[in-house]
Write a protein that binds this ligand. Structure first.
Ligand code: 8DG
Ligand code: MN
Ligand code: MN
Length: 484
């Protein structure tokens, strides 16, 4: 009668890094509910509670089939009392009261909207919320002094909350490759983060850069950034130097989960039409750029012709397709960010346009109404400048042929490459579980730099991810199965 009752007797290991967790799984309704509660806990700076919900969700993601009844969950690890209660409610009633209350709460909606601004964390968002600032437009109007990251975050709010597609990631990869090879021939560039795990969309694009001759990679990031800046590819960048060598802590005792590689948080300016792509920078008279672009035009970007972007129809369709599923499942408050988190099935290779026009751009309310929000429509007089962030550009001068994309670059010495690769491929929970496994089960300390064996008091070398899993006594889990 109930297929899958045998789930109860299947033994499931309790660390996510011991399990295969594919991108597509069988319990989306349940994991969506739990992930909203995890988000809410994290926004309330209750990290422990957040992790508990994330672990429960990850367990469900790893199950070979759909859970139909709570009795199937008996004997499974990672399901705390609270998570179990939520799961049972969803199984029985289709929804969880707590999840519904959360998604409709003013505070949750505001915190999601504000932390959706690049450069804004939970603490800052909470402070603003308590001052009555609930949306990016409230913030814009407030006249608050913002740092450089936040100003860029506000300016490109809409675009940065639209999923980055795989083909956009590929195009960015070609630009990064050009930059890196221009300043350091022989350097190797690897796509990391969610795209390496097989996601079709992401909230950003992550790259790891190294060079086989150890030492050649030193000081690489500022050169790459200068090159990119000179070519007009960067809308924002913040580079931080390698602090690993100077650090007194040593890799065995990292101060936090943050690593100390040379890295760059950036916002790229990516051309979105064929004309622009012929010289990616959008600067008309660049020379010698033909070889960089010849291939990009062929990368399945047919729907991105300038014409289509200019027609309001296409743009609106794009948004509707991206949000359609959320509407169906009553997940009104879900934003572009959510869509990126494991909802790739729906977005797929869908429209890659963004909205440069006055469509409804508040990600938290747009599916409540198919009509544009008044706040984004009032572009008259003094308001014109203030709402210009909604348009993603400073002048209301019509459509443009590029979009902003968040890009993370990391440089690692060759000898640490495998650790950096493992540490930056994610998912975040998978990484966390790897480190927890290392400490609690193996008395080892794992970071994105090294693996330290505390019993043998020595570092364990590895030149591949497989070797690291082996050192840890774990079965090798390929990137596509690290979607915990
Ligand atoms: P998304 O962008 O598609 O939403 O997903 P993602 O690619 O998995 O998330 P991400 O936020 O881009 O993070 C990618 C991986 O990088 C993830 O495993 C977490 C890891 N990571 C950071 N910051 C740091 C850091 O400072 N140190 C280390 N070691 N890892 C980090 O995001
Ligand atoms: Mn990413
Ligand atoms: Mn990232």
């Amino acid at each position: 009668e109930k297929p899958g009752l045998e789930l109860a007797v299947v033994s499931v290991p309790s660390y996510a890094c011991q399990r295969h967790t594919p991108l597509l799984h069988h319990n989306i309704t349940l994991t969506d509910a739990l992930s909203i509660l995890a988000d809410n806990a994290e926004l309330g700076e209750n990290e422990g509670r957040g992790v508990a919900f994330r672990r429960a969700a990850a367990l469900l993601k790893s199950l070979p089939q759909e859970v139909r009844g709570a009795e199937q969950l008996r004997g499974l690890p990672c399901l705390g009392e609270h998570s179990l209660r939520v799961i049972k409610e969803v199984l029985e009633d289709g929804v969880s009261h707590e999840v519904e209350t959360t998604t409709h709460s003013e505070q949750f909606k505001a915190m999601k909207a504000l932390t959706g601004i690049f450069g804004v964390g939970a603490k800052t968002a909470d402070r603003w919320f308590r001052e009555g600032i609930h949306t990016p437009s409230d913030l814009q109007r407030s006249g608050h002094t913002l740092n450089r990251a936040q100003r860029a975050g506000l300016q490109y709010y809409d675009e940065l909350n639209l999923p980055v597609t795989k083909s956009e990631a590929v195009a960015i990869g070609q630009i990064v490759e050009s930059a890196v090879h221009a300043v350091l021939p022989g350097a190797e560039i690897t796509l990391i983060g969610g795209f390496r795990r097989g996601k079709q969309t992401g909230h950003d694009v992550d790259f790891l850069i190294t060079h086989p001759d150890e030492g050649r990679e030193e000081g690489l990031m500022p050169k790459v950034v200068s090159w990119l800046e000179a070519q007009g590819f960067l809308l924002y960048q913040k580079t931080t130097g390698n602090s690993y060598l100077e650090s007194k802590e040593g890799p065995a005792r990292p101060a936090s989960n943050m690593d100390r590689f040379e890295r760059c948080f950036s916002i790229f300016r990516l051309s979105t039409d064929n004309e622009g792509r012929e010289n990616q920078t959008g600067r008309e008279n660049q020379t010698g750029r033909e070889n960089q672009t010849g291939r990009e035009i062929q990368t399945g970007r047919e729907i991105q012709t300038g014409r289509e972007i200019q027609t309001g129809r296409e743009i609106q369709t794009g948004r509707e397709i991206q949000t359609g599923r959320e509407i169906q499942t009553g997940r009104e408050i879900q934003t572009g960010r959510e869509i990126q988190k494991g909802r790739e099935i729906q977005t797929g290779d869908g429209p890659q346009t963004y909205s440069p026009t006055l469509t409804n751009t508040d990600p938290h309310t747009h599916s409540d109404s198919p009509h544009p929000l008044p706040q984004t429509l009032v572009v008259v007089g003094d308001h014109a400048q203030k709402v210009s962030w909604v348009l993603g550009h400073s002048q209301c001068s019509g459509p443009r042929s590029w979009r902003a994309v968040r890009v993370d670059l990391v440089v690692s010495p060759y000898s640490q490459f495998a650790f950096a690769l493992l540490g930056w491929t994610g998912s975040k929970l998978f990484e966390r579980e790897l480190r927890r496994w290392a400490v609690h089960e193996k008395a080892m300390t794992l970071s994105s730099h090294a693996l330290y064996d505390r019993k043998r008091t020595q570092y364990l070398r590895a030149s591949s991810e497989e070797e690291i899993f082996a050192h840890l006594g774990l079965e090798y889990i390929p990137p596509c199965d690290r979607n915990a």
